[in-house]
Design a protein around this ligand. Structure first.
Ligand code: GLU
Length: 489
């Protein structure tokens, strides 16, 4: 390739970053970096009705957090700006007028009502409505008269009705569409703004985009875009259309289910690096069995020919697995920093709990951060529990053994003056040995009594330490009461 590769991410500012969009951005970024080219950010906001306050910030913020830095864009500028379509709005009309002059486009004065009527009539006959080129047949004088009178108009593409249009897509291969399926799409709307259909062509050309990467919903409009490129005598870019990112083969990711947007996952406590890593693999593979990639490693490995034609299935279980791995690889300091707000949800602040020690116990057990509060809540408040869990086959505990263990350990714990893990450990273990009990048989009921659950991060000693002496004793007393009330076996 001797031409510089230029890719672009062209989101509409909706306020949310859909995973499908983010993946398109990722592939565009990877391809540009892989080829030493440029990655351009363009904001497509010509649909002013859909304008959402703060939505461009969501785009900047998401891309930055993911590490996908753009070389040219609204905030960083560049040689072919502005990079926000609404700020380019005056440049599109002259191009449309040029197409009118060459017969590739025409003014259309049909009103909404007229179009609706014709659509209804058409559908009544069981036919698919396509604009009938009504205004193409107006005379020059009629057109001028309407323009002079200020009759609202749109400008439509004059698509051919015979023959076919083909192009090669790097993912979907050779695509051919009969021209009679192409409708005369609107290029300039009544408000003077270009449609996406027009603006994408003008901007991709003016911005020197060499590779257009976008969702496959544009596959069938692309022939119309190509006809525009040809009408202008411009070079057609390479196309890389991408299948959607789905929940499973039947279901789209959806706003309602809270699984469609990048922010859904970040808010739940998935790491950005894990999301990016997994997302890259949804619809692309490196050709070997590697799974873990930093962004730079993805750049290195990326090969556009390995993008899959089939829809990408975004499997949350798999993402969760990636996430747990990424969490495990965090430094203890970083984990502590990240888990702190989740601990705060339970403890209020770190004055009531040794966050550092708790974090050590939790790091290898954390799959997603939003699961943390429920896992540590027992430390803040003893949950209500069924005394049946005192009985454990492996630990060989029955009512009598539990009572014996708790009554043994209650005064032992009470006698500890320096409440540290090593001291608690040594004192408790010595007492168990001296009483001739098995460790498991003594420690199981202790852990149940002070945690109220069978599975806990850390064992009885760690939990006792975290709870503090007073709370530990209170819970042991409560445990003695509960066990005493159990029916005799
Ligand atoms: N603004 C379009 C969208 O968000 C971009 C499609 C494209 O990349 O050309 O769907």
């Amino acid at each position: 390739m001797n031409q510089e590769v230029r890719t672009r991410f062209a989101p509409s500012p909706t306020g949310f970053m859909h995973l499908g969009g983010l993946r398109a951005a990722l592939y565009g970024y990877l391809f540009a970096r892989k080829n030493g080219g440029k990655f351009i950010l363009r904001i497509e906001d010509t649909d002013q009705v859909r304008f959402v306050e703060g939505a461009t910030e969501v785009i900047y913020d998401t891309l930055r957090r993911c590490g996908m830095n753009w070389d040219e864009g609204p905030d960083v500028g560049g040689p072919v700006g502005p990079y926000i379509q609404s700020q380019r709005k005056d440049l599109y009309l002259p191009y449309a007028q040029q197409l009118v002059k060459t017969g590739h486009a025409y003014y259309c004065f049909c009103t909404k009502e007229e179009l609706e009527e014709r659509r209804a009539a058409c559908e009544a006959k069981g036919e698919v409505f396509k604009y009938d080129k009504h205004c193409l047949h107006l005379t020059q004088e009629e057109i001028q008269r309407k323009l002079d009178a200020g009759v609202p108009y749109v400008i439509r593409q004059n698509a051919p009705t015979t023959g076919e249009t083909s192009y090669d897509d790097l993912v979907f291969g050779h695509m051919t569409f009969p021209n009679d399926t192409l409708d005369d799409m609107v290029l300039i709307k009544q408000d003077g703004m270009p449609t996406y259909n027009f603006a994408n062509v003008i901007d991709d050309h003016l911005m020197g985009i060499t590779h257009v990467m976008r969702g496959m919903e544009y596959l069938s409009s692309t022939p119309k875009y190509n006809l525009l490129y040809e009408a202008f005598g411009w070079e057609i870019p390479q196309y890389i259309h991408m299948p959607p990112v789905m929940r499973d083969s039947q279901h789209k990711l959806s706003k309602r289910d809270g699984d469609a947007y990048f922010s859904d996952y970040v808010d739940k406590g998935y790491l950005v690096e894990a999301i990016v890593n997994y997302l890259a693999l949804v619809g692309w593979n490196p050709g070997d069995d590697r799974e873990f990639f930093t962004l730079d490693e993805l750049v290195e490995a990326f090969d556009i020919h390995r993008i899959n034609k089939a829809p990408g299935i975004f499997d949350v279980k798999k993402l969760t697995w990636f996430n747990a791995e990424y969490i495990r690889r965090l430094t203890p300091e970083k984990y502590l920093e990240m888990v702190t707000p989740w601990f705060d949800k339970v403890f209020g602040d770190s004055s009531k709990m040794d966050y550092k020690r708790l974090a050590e116990l939790m790091q290898c057990r954390t799959e997603v951060f939003n699961l943390v509060p429920d896992m540590v809540r027992f430390l803040a408040q003893l949950p209500d529990y069924d005394s049946a869990i005192y009985i454990n086959k492996k630990a060989k505990t029955n009512k009598e053994a539990c009572l014996k263990a708790l009554n043994l350990l209650r005064p032992v714990l009470d006698g500890i003056t320096e409440w540290t893990e090593p001291v608690i450990h040594d004192t408790v273990m010595a007492a168990i040995a001296e009483a001739g009990m098995k460790n498991g048989t003594a420690l199981w009921p202790l852990r149940i009594a002070i945690s109220g659950q069978q599975s806990t991060p850390g064992g009885a000693i760690e939990i006792a330490y975290l709870l503090g002496k007073e709370e530990t004793l209170r819970r042991v007393d409560d445990g003695i009461r509960r066990v005493s009330e159990m029916p005799d076996a």
